[in-house]
Design a protein around this ligand. Structure first.
Ligand SMILES: Nc1ncnc2c1ncn2[C@@H]1O[C@H](COP(=O)(O)OP(=O)(O)O)[C@@H](O)[C@H]1O
Ligand SMILES: [Mg+2]
Length: 376
């Protein structure tokens, strides 16, 4: 079905330019266009548009949106402005718009914008999760990659991964991707990006899982500024239902910025010699500064054998904090999968790893932060 577009744009030259773009975009038909919003409200309905592109530059948009909604009941409205700003975009969406697009836009950007709200809808808030490790080699990249696939499979929602582990980022290797663009280019271009254009910097792994890959060489890390990184996260939040962020080990500005913008920060450690408990305790103490840390900073142990609820409870007791999840030792599964450039959850759907990762995915999608005592 073609979109029947009504274009409302105050600036005459811009109206011309956008009209041309819409006319040449496959699947879009320009059925009406107005410079004056009140004319659009008074006369436009005879053309039966099912998509309204509404210029809101320089206005709060609230009154306009209310009027357009009551005249065009059930018609999708996409607000247009000159610059991407996360707060304004979310304000328009709260006021009833389906999304926000930066003008002038290309045919590809228009299609992508409409696909995006048709697919996930900008209106749904994203659940953002940072994966932090007190020490290196924690199993967090393995966990994120498998969890992303499990979340997409169980919820059928869009999942975006941001590889911000700027020195040891290996998400691309994990998924066997040769990224055309990485977080470095995204950060470089952020001032000119909107969520729709940012989407093109993410590489598809499956239909529902996309990755913004890390830097190709560690010396590019200085090119990632914190405010730009934060803006990338906010944009990703309007593109994906779940945003999973792989951050560098230990506390540095990147990890802190991601954690501050996240609903949950998982602290991930791999059981090895027993010192992990102390490392985890020290890391958790730092997060205690957050008044709501019990809901937002949650420990996970990987390579746990034997793995199960009893062990989870025992680890919680030793640690003095409730452990959110335990991930079994999956060395064979993980390395066999890595050899084939695919993730373990896809290769071994019946494995222990898949079972525990899927359980965590279900907890996340149901908003459950702690599982142990309910299952016990
Ligand atoms: N659950 C697990 N059980 C056993 N080995 C694991 C597990 N998760 C990861 N590994 C192995 O540990 C190493 C580090 O894993 P990785 O996910 O890259 O950790 P990080 O991102 O913390 O550096 C890899 O060789 C990986 O195969
Ligand atoms: Mg890693």
């Amino acid at each position: 079905m073609a979109y029947r577009v009504m274009l409302v744009e105050r600036d005459r030259l811009m109206l011309e330019q956008l009209s041309q773009t819409i006319r040449k975009t496959a699947g879009f038909e320009l059925v009406a266009r107005y410079q004056n919003p009140s004319e659009a409200l008074g006369q436009g309905s005879v053309f039966q548009p099912n998509l309204i592109l509404l210029d809101v530059e320089g206005t709060t948009g609230s009154n306009l949106l209310t009027e357009f909604h009551s005249t065009y009941d059930g018609v999708a409205i996409l607000c247009m402005g000159e610059q991407w700003q996360a707060e304004r975009a979310s304000h328009y969406v709260q006021a009833g718009a389906k999304g926000y697009i930066v003008k002038p836009f290309t045919s590809e950007e228009l299609k992508e914008a409409v696909d995006t709200f048709a697919r996930s809808g900008m209106e749904v808030g994203a659940e953002t999760i940072t994966f932090f490790s007190p020490k290196g080699k924690s199993g967090k990249t393995t966990l994120i990659a498998n969890l992303a696939l499990a979340l997409a499979r169980t919820t059928h929602e869009q999942v975006g991964i941001i590889d911000a582990d700027l020195q040891f980022g290996d998400m691309a290797v994990f998924f066997n991707l040769s990224p055309a663009s990485t977080i470095v280019e995204a950060v470089r271009d952020v001032r000119f990006l909107s969520p729709v254009t940012l989407a093109q910097y993410f590489m598809p792994v499956t239909q529902n899982v996309h990755v913004l890959c890390g830097t190709r060489t560690p010396n590019l890390i200085d090119r990632v500024s914190i405010p730009a990184f934060e803006e990338i996260i906010r944009m990703a939040q309007s593109l994906y239902r779940y945003v999973l962020i792989d951050v560098p080990q230990a506390f540095n500005p990147t990890a802190i910025a991601a954690a501050e913008l996240s609903d949950i920060t998982y602290l991930v450690a791999m059981l090895n010699d027993g010192y992990e408990i102390q490392h985890m305790q020290r890391a958790m103490e730092i997060f205690e500064d957050w008044p709501d840390y019990e809901q937002r900073a949650l420990p996970i142990f990987t390579r746990v054998t034997p793995c199960g609820v009893a062990r989870q409870q025992e680890l919680s007791r030793q640690l003095g904090y409730r452990v959110a999840a335990v991930i079994p030792n999956a060395y064979n599964v993980v390395s066999a999968a890595a050899d084939k450039g695919r993730m373990a959850v896809d290769i071994e759907p019946g494995s222990e790893l898949t079972k525990f990762v899927t359980k965590l995915a279900l907890d996340i999608s149901r908003g459950k932060r702690h599982q142990a005592e309910e299952d016990a």
